[in-house]
Design a protein around this ligand. Structure first.
Ligand code: BG6
Length: 521
């Protein structure tokens, strides 16, 4: 089912495959196949792909997992997941479910048992012969980070990462690695080195699902497909930038993971840094994967590492206590199941960073993210400077704020521009008004799910939206400079009531610069 897009009277086909042709056949081997991510995200996404977009016959999914299952039991488990987690308006009928199930296979093994990988190799050969996968493989590591290295090593030892040429056809092997990618720079470097011993960099796809969001990709389209904004996109016109990733949910059932990561590793190191890079980068020479990623890395290199004093001045850590979120009572973080009652893990971060280059010198970037905030909202706010000379008298401009451009990533995806207008009447009174663009209204279609976009790109071998080795390490370097200083002062956590916009200290962080947070309306 290919969706049709109508914008400004132009009808276009919307296909997940970039050149409208289905990808080559392949087997996707999921490590961590019985885990939460696979059940909630990967299986429904793969089922959706297989159903709504043309996929070659020779497309198979292999689970590599410890649990004592076989093909039949794994198929039943997968069908239950897709029935539970696929959106209500896009469920698969009985026949489509059976078709999907026939593509699923199970390989039972411990991650550290080399025999299991040999069995996997035999199964992959069989799928090539009997189902026409052409020997192409995508290894999907949806595994806990501590097991990544052993899985990678064993894939290598079993010869499964090799791209072989047979009968004039060169089969390919790729690996998709989920976040968290390391816990700090050292562990990320180790994981990169482990990957590098087995795979070439162009076989490695480090996933950050924010890059799969249409609205995140649209930052590039907005900046580089329009003439009028780019000349203003610099320190001559922009006063400051805010990036907000607010969530109204708490940590759910992920206490163990969250206790060790906190908001800075969970959200800032990856998703927020990616959004920041797209907002700040120079125009790439082309839209090739490396041209784009070269520019993103330059942004990360232009962010100075913070000293201990700067961390004290420019960062605020928060943790939620009991409150009310969206009308419902919420318990405090320390009361969540599995959380240490004296935990100092941050569930909220506010930061001020600079990108020290010609374009952005002296423009502060204020970043905020947190759990149990009043609403779910991801936005980039470009706050332009005031007019150089105000002709209107202060009483006439009471309702006026300087121009502001807001890129709404979610949930109300769109773009809005605030500008001044004269209030009709004899008096010269001005007010700020909004010019709004909404994806839903303009295009009338549902954007593809972030995972769908990324898995599809992995299948066609386009790594543009995936994170390169130097990029991930550059980002960790910045985060390490902050977490190292925090470790020296573990008591520097500030509490905020669930359902509020974070601790008071975060307001001070921006207000002391004569600015204010732009909270979603
Ligand atoms: C994940 C984080 O990467 O992103 C979660 O681990 C967070 O803690 C989630 O809730 C947010 O994703 P989205 O797409 O809902 O903004």
């Amino acid at each position: 089912m290919v969706q049709e897009v109508q914008a400004q009277g132009v009808l276009k086909q919307h296909s997940i495959w970039q050149n409208e042709a289905p990808p080559e056949p392949c087997a996707v081997i999921i490590f961590g196949a019985t885990g939460d991510l696979t059940q909630r995200k990967l299986l429904p996404t793969l089922a959706h792909l297989a159903h709504d977009h043309p996929l070659p016959e020779g497309f198979c999914i292999v689970a590599f997992a410890r649990r004592p299952l076989d093909d039949e039991k794994w198929r039943a488990m997968a069908l239950e997941s897709i029935n539970t987690y696929m959106p209500a308006d896009n469920k698969l009928d009985e026949e489509a479910q059976q078709q999907f199930a026939r593509r699923l296979f199970y390989c039972r093994s411990d991650f550290n048992n080399p025999d299991g990988y040999r069995e996997l190799a035999q199964l992959l050969d069989k799928l090539e012969r009997e189902h026409g996968t052409k020997g192409n493989r995508i290894f999907y590591l949806a595994t806990p980070p501590e097991t990544d290295s052993i899985v990678i090593e064993n894939i290598g030892k079993a010869g499964l990462a090799q791209q072989q040429e047979r009968n004039g056809y060169k089969s390919w092997a790729r690996v998709i690695v989920e976040k968290p990618f390391g816990h700090d720079l050292a562990t990320a470097q180790k994981l990169n080195a482990d990957l590098g011993r087995v795979f070439q960099e162009n076989q490695i796809y480090r996933i950050d699902h924010y890059m799969g969001k249409e609205t995140v990709q649209n930052i590039l389209a907005f900046r580089f497909a329009n003439r009028i904004f780019e000349p203003l996109w610099n320190q001559s016109y922009i006063d400051h930038v805010q990036i907000l990733v607010a969530e109204s949910i708490g940590i759910g059932t992920r206490a163990e993971y969250y206790e060790s990561e906190g908001a800075i590793r969970d959200m800032v190191q990856n998703h927020i840094m990616q959004v920041l890079c797209l907002t700040c980068m120079e125009p790439p020479v082309t839209f090739d994967a490396d041209a784009i990623r070269d520019e993103k890395v330059k942004v990360l290199h232009a962010i100075p590492l913070l000293t201990t004093e700067e961390v004290a001045q420019c960062t605020v850590r928060g943790q939620y206590v009991a409150g009310t979120v969206e009308g419902k009572p919420a318990i405090g973080y320390r009361e969540e199941k599995g959380v240490n009652p004296n935990s100092v893990t941050e569930t909220y971060v506010a930061l001020k960073l600079f990108v020290e280059n010609w374009r952005w010198a002296d423009v502060p970037f204020y970043i905020r993210t947190g759990k149990c905030l009043p609403a779910r909202s991801t936005e980039v706010t470009i706050q332009f400077k005031r007019v150089p000379h105000q002709l209107y008298k202060p009483p006439e401009t009471k309702g006026l704020v300087p121009n502001r451009l807001t890129l709404c990533i979610q949930p109300d995806d769109g773009i809005s521009l605030k500008f001044g207008a004269k209030i009709p009447g004899a008096a010269q009174h001005l007010a700020s008004v909004d010019m709004n663009f909404s994806y839903k209204t303009a295009f009338g279609i549902q954007s593809p799910e972030a995972y769908e976009r990324l898995i599809a790109d992995g299948m066609i071998g386009d790594s543009t939206l995936f994170i390169r080795r130097d990029e991930i390490e550059a980002s960790w370097r910045i985060i390490d400079s902050i977490t190292t200083a925090w470790q020296k002062a573990p008591s520097g956590i500030h509490f905020y009531k669930a359902g509020t916009w974070g601790p008071e200290q975060a307001n001070t962080l921006i207000e002391q610069d004569g600015r204010a947070w732009n909270n979603p309306e």
